[in-house]
Write a protein that binds this ligand. Structure first.
Ligand code: ADP
Length: 274
């Protein structure tokens, strides 16, 4: 057994009704328990990549995709899906139950989990996302951030090994976004879950261990957030917006006017970037 949660080798992919290849010779791997962010402007192929990895799209492609050393193919879609929980962009599309707790229980009912265990798992997942006091609320009465926490609880209750965040914070305000990402980070380390986040927003990558940038279906950059964040010019050339405050902070640091603050990691300080 390797220590890889996901390993993609030389993956190219073309949709049947599209004349061009959507993915071109992608290579990447994520170690178990780490957080990978896949960053790109829209239309670059990140959703396609993640759908292929999660078995949501038939891999008629060249190249190989392995989840925990198991090749993803048509025969084992079902067992691959067992490992993966997904949180999508729009929380409103994810609710099926009349109350928060029914909603979290839904996936467990589908798996015929025994009643006592189900109650325990729902309870524990809602506590994990700090939503236990909302257990009897109607999902539609919650804020966007609270809805995403419930969506995350539904995923957690299924005890996945990998959580995929598919633009999961893009409909939240900055506070809700930060708080959801912090929560995912806490749960990742508590349960040793691997996180794969796809996003078009540079501000989302700070929590990750590793970032890849794709553009036009090709991998263009790879590294730790600190390394990626200083590549302002390259990022802009891939259509990614570098927040103004980041550019200003970087310049001020280069001039020796400010020191890095807390979230800017020790590594950034050691490498004298930021
Ligand atoms: P992203 O997630 O980065 O926005 P996508 O993976 O959704 O990118 O799309 C990448 C490219 O693949 C786009 O050019 C898009 O038009 C094309 N594409 C996506 N889905 C389909 C499909 N079902 N059939 C044909 N082309 C598609």
């Amino acid at each position: 057994m390797s220590n890889k949660a996901l390993e993609i080798k030389n993956l190219s992919f073309k949709y049947r009704h599209n004349s061009k290849e959507t993915l071109k010779k992608i290579n990447l791997s994520v170690e178990k328990g780490k957080w990978l962010s896949i960053l790109s402007r829209n239309g670059s192929g990140k959703t396609t990549l993640i759908k292929l990895a999660a078995g949501l799209l038939e891999n008629s492609s060249k190249g190989s995709i392995k989840i925990f050393d198991q090749e993803v193919n048509q025969e084992n879609f079902a067992s691959i899906k067992e490992h993966i929980g997904m949180v999508f962009q729009n929380p409103d599309n994810q609710f099926v139950g009349p109350t928060v707790q029914d909603d979290v229980a839904f996936g467990l009912e589908n798996k015929s989990i025994e009643r006592n265990e189900m109650i325990e798992r729902v309870d524990s997942a809602l506590k994990d996302v700090e939503m236990i006091e909302f257990a009897n609320r109607e999902p539609n009465s919650l804020s966007g951030g609270q809805k995403q926490r419930v969506a995350l609880a539904s995923v957690l209750a299924l005890q996945p090994d990998i959580i995929i965040l598919d633009e999961a914070t893009s409909m939240l305000d900055p506070k809700g976004r930060k708080s959801l990402l912090k929560l995912v980070q806490k749960l990742r380390s508590q349960y040793k879950i691997t996180v794969i986040a796809i996003t078009h927003d540079i501000q989302e990558i700070e929590q990750s261990d590793q970032v890849i940038i794709i553009d036009g279906g090709k991998k263009k950059l790879e590294g730790k957030p600190a390394k990626i964040l200083i590549e302002d010019e390259k990022l802009e050339s891939f259509g990614l917006e570098v927040p103004f405050t980041k550019r200003v902070r970087k310049r001020l640091f280069e001039l020796g006017i400010i020191l890095p603050n807390d979230y800017e990691s020790k590594e950034m300080v050691a490498n004298k970037i930021w």
